[in-house]
Design a protein around this ligand. Structure first.
Ligand SMILES: Cc1cc2nc3c(=O)[nH]c(=O)nc-3n(C[C@H](O)[C@H](O)[C@H](O)COP(=O)(O)OP(=O)(O)OC[C@H]3O[C@@H](n4cnc5c(N)ncnc54)[C@H](O)[C@@H]3O)c2cc1C
Length: 384
């Protein structure tokens, strides 16, 4: 195969897919709409399946060097701090794979993925290319961008996120649905956070209709905080809104002093707020030479923290599918067959987890689970 695989979108999914393909000797060209990448968001927690996938791409040392690994990961009562469920390093059989849990700043994850992609293919990434349209025939695809450029390739792997244009083009326009929750995200420097970390590790404080997840990134120097708050409708102006401390303190009124302390320490004007969206599972991701990957194929609610992990798993499996197949069509069909059931299961489990959390501490205590079976998946060795 000489024509490259075109990858639309250089998020976690697009970069992982690019790296996986390059490592199998498949040429890629990556097109990203943004003018720069890397300066993004806050923390991302990569569980065992994502870590196995990235380790298989040669990133173990770089990932572990840039990540934090908590001693415990647990759900706690929002007022009393009582443990409702979780996994602990010091209890046999609980956090079994500590060296497979990597909590990392997104910018650091992008940096190591980009370095690895560039080491294989220095000129493969093209910024400021907003994908607009694609056409395909028996020989390949032609992809057109908003800047007027068009390129040819052997296939298009669309990694263009929850509002994927490719998904609309292949399967019809269907707007994502507001998931009835707003997200608040803020980072607290460790010096300001330290008095409010009376319990170590990763903690989700759970209340009816709202929760706060907090964990350390950048070698404990920053505490990443993410809150989910039930809401009837998204505030229309809030796509990239920043909110002040009063709004956070009002959300957490009456909560555990650690939560109130973290909220009070949130940097002024540093709290991002946005609505959460959901889509139903898609049973088919591929039309001959065009396929979807990551959030473009299966955006999921973040209550299991597995969206990026699914994109990473997709990328690793896509690379293996190309290595094992005699043609592009065969590779994409193999990828789809291997990934649709897995991603659909995780999407539905994430929805279920959202409801468990929303019901509050009692249901969280009753149903707390580490999803151990789901976390045994290994994208680098699973049978295709
Ligand atoms: C609050 C929150 C917390 C989360 N925490 C976790 C976590 O801890 N662990 C975890 O595994 N997952 C987590 N997730 C999910 C995770 O962030 C996503 O699933 C993951 O980032 C999806 O990656 P992606 O590459 O598929 O899509 P995206 O990250 O959306 O990347 C898409 C890329 O495509 C580009 N693009 C879009 N349209 C075009 C176009 N037309 N042309 C060219 N480029 C385009 C975009 O600019 C972007 O760079 C969380 C999600 C949320 C909302």
């Amino acid at each position: 195969m000489t024509d490259p695989i075109i990858i639309a979108g250089a998020g976690i999914g697009g970069l992982t897919a690019a790296l996986a393909l390059l490592r199998h000797g498949v040429p890629v060209q990556i097109f990203e709409q943004a003018k720069s990448i890397g300066d993004v968001g806050a923390g991302v927690s990569l569980g065992a399946t994502a870590s196995r996938g990235l380790y298989s791409l040669g990133l173990k040392a770089a990932l572990q060097a840039a990540s934090d690994t908590p001693l415990a990961s647990e759900a706690r009562h929002y007022q009393t701090g009582e443990v409702l469920g979780g996994a602990f390093a010091d209890r046999p059989g609980k956090v079994s794979d500590r060296d497979l849990l990597n909590q990392i700043h997104r910018a650091d994850l992008f940096a190591l993925l980009l370095d690895a992609v560039r080491a294989h293919a220095p000129g493969a990434l093209h910024l400021d290319h907003c994908f607009e349209h694609t056409a395909q025939d028996d020989t390949g695809v032609e992809v057109r961008f908003a800047n007027g450029r068009s390129v040819k390739g052997a296939a298009l792997v669309a990694c263009d996120g929850i509002r994927s244009r490719t998904r609309d083009q292949l399967f019809g326009v269907q707007e994502p649905r507001f998931a009835g929750r707003m997200v608040y995200r803020f980072l607290v420097p460790i010096d300001a956070a330290r008095p409010y970390l009376s319990n170590p590790g990763t903690i989700s404080y759970v209340a009816p209709d709202r929760s706060l997840l907090r964990y350390a990134v950048r070698h404990g120097s920053v505490i990443n905080c993410v809150a989910f708050v039930r809401s009837d409708q998204p505030s229309p102006e809030s796509w990239t809104e920043r909110v002040g401390t009063e709004e956070l303190l009002a959300i957490f009124a009456g909560w555990h002093p650690d939560v109130l302390g973290l909220a009070a320490a949130a940097p002024v004007a540093g709290t991002a707020k946005w609505p959460l969206f959901d889509r139903d599972p898609l049973p088919v991701w591929t039309d001959r030479r065009i396929t979807l990957l990551g959030d473009a194929a299966h955006p999921m609610l973040p209550f299991l923290g597995m969206g990026a992990a699914m994109a990473i798993e997709d990328g690793v499996v896509l690379g293996r599918a190309f290595a094992q197949s005699a043609s592009v069509l065969e590779a994409l069909a193999l990828y789809e067959r291997a990934r649709v059931p897995r991603a659909t299961d995780m999407l539905l489990a994430s929805r279920e987890q959202a409801e468990i959390f929303a019901e509050g501490p009692d249901s969280t205590r009753r149903l707390a689970t580490t999803h151990a079976d789901r976390m045994r998946y290994d994208p680098a060795t699973v049978s295709l």
